[in-house]
Ligand binder design. Structure first.
Ligand code: KG4
Ligand code: ZN
Length: 354
């Protein structure tokens, strides 16, 4: 069964084909059209995102099919992100999927974007042992889940304010490093000294599994705009300024990633996790990857994180999760509506097994 996946929840327009069948799901093709329009604003502009999805989606779907060497008629079902995300952006994908389903007379299902991030490693041969502890970390999300089984999740930790990826993007913006900032901060951190300008680690001793990034964001701003950052304004092109930027990136990265790692390890111990998984754009982060592997080794459990292309927003993970639903005979009707918030997305209302 070939499933066409469609993803338009934020600022990436994506289409992909995944084959579901007797064997584990197989990624056949995956196209991500990155919207450049947001770069100059240093963040995602919802109105521009919706318009860009409208322009880019038909071409992305055609390329995904062409790469898969399939025609529209070869598709057995359609899966589309319905929650959570930007309402206008989600609406473009959901409307397109409905129109395609009607035109092709094929079934379609809505998929939860966060569940898809969690399950993405299944496209690369991962085998989860339950219960698992999973985190989704991106520009809009910082959530820790207990995964009881495929489809049964309990939210056990979340950010009290901003998302971790948003904090990375903010730090990069303050340093004049462009958008999205995570990859640049990660790269510069590798040559920086984290000890020179330490930054606060939010919620480290809170005892619960929650996170917080607003304090780190504010402290990073104070550091850069204060006396320590004077060099950045006086001689931004100098080698010394470049080293200072790298040092700030290094201390920011430690302060952003280490609390997440420590909460993940606490969660895994507390809930007797038998595997770990991290997804979302920030899962590309090198410190997070190394730290995650360390937790896995200490606890003697497998720690999964997708390859970079499957960490960031993509439609393959949507076709993956949608395909599971279609294979169970589930269908959505033309009354399916996009849902912006995770709380109302239905993912968290699934009853955990006793
Ligand atoms: O999942 P994603 O592609 O889109 C959503 O936000 O849903 O995640 C994008 C986020 C951005 O905030 C970006 O800065 C961050 O992931 N990111 C990283 C890295 N690569 C991407 N953050 C830290 N380190 C990275 N290597
Ligand atoms: Zn995402």
């Amino acid at each position: 069964m070939f499933v066409l996946g469609i993803e338009t929840s934020c600022d990436d327009t994506a289409a992909a084909v995944v084959e579901h069948g007797p064997r584990p799901p197989r990624l056949v093709s995956s196209i991500v059209a990155v919207q450049d329009v947001h770069r100059e604003f240093g963040g995602v502009v919802p109105e521009l995102a919706s318009r860009a999805h409208l322009e880019l989606l038909p071409g992305a779907v055609e390329r995904a099919l062409a790469e898969a060497e399939l025609d529209f008629d070869d598709i057995d079902g359609i899966a589309v992100t319905r929650a959570p995300g930007l309402l206008g952006a989600l609406l473009v994908g959901v409307s397109y999927a409905k129109a395609l389903a009607v035109a092709l007379e094929k079934p379609f299902v809505g998929v939860n974007h966060i569940e898809a991030h969690l399950l993405a490693p299944l496209l690369e041969g991962a085998v989860f042992e339950f219960p698992a502890v999973g985190a989704v970390v991106s520009g809009g999300h910082s959530e820790i889940f207990l995964v009881h089984a495929l489809g049964a999740y309990t939210l056990i930790g979340t950010t009290r304010d901003d998302a971790i990826g948003e904090a990375f993007d903010k730090a990069a913006k303050l340093l004049g490093l462009g958008f999205p900032g995570g990859p640049v901060v990660d790269r510069l951190a590798a040559v920086g000294d984290a000890g020179r300008h330490p930054l606060p680690r939010g919620m480290s001793g809170s005892g619960d599994l929650d996170l917080s990034y607003s304090g780190l964001k504010a402290a990073t701003r104070r550091l850069i705009e204060g006396p320590a950052g004077a060099l950045l304004r006086a001689a931004p092109e100098s080698d010394e300024a470049a080293q200072l930027r790298a040092d700030i990136c290094a201390s920011f990265q430690v302060a952003a990633v280490d609390p997440l790692l420590s909460k993940l390890e606490t969660a895994a111990r507390r809930h007797g996790a038998r595997s770990l998984v991290v997804g979302g754009g920030v899962a590309c982060n090198s410190r997070l990857r190394e730290g995650l592997a360390g937790i896995g080794t200490r606890l003697g459990i497998p720690a999964f994180r997708p390859s970079p292309a499957l960490c960031a927003d993509n439609a393959a993970m949507i076709a993956l999760v949608g395909g599971f639903r279609l294979a169970r005979g589930e269908r959505d009707g033309l009354d399916l509506e996009p849902v912006p918030s995770l709380d109302e997305s239905g993912m968290l209302s699934v009853k955990a097994p006793a």
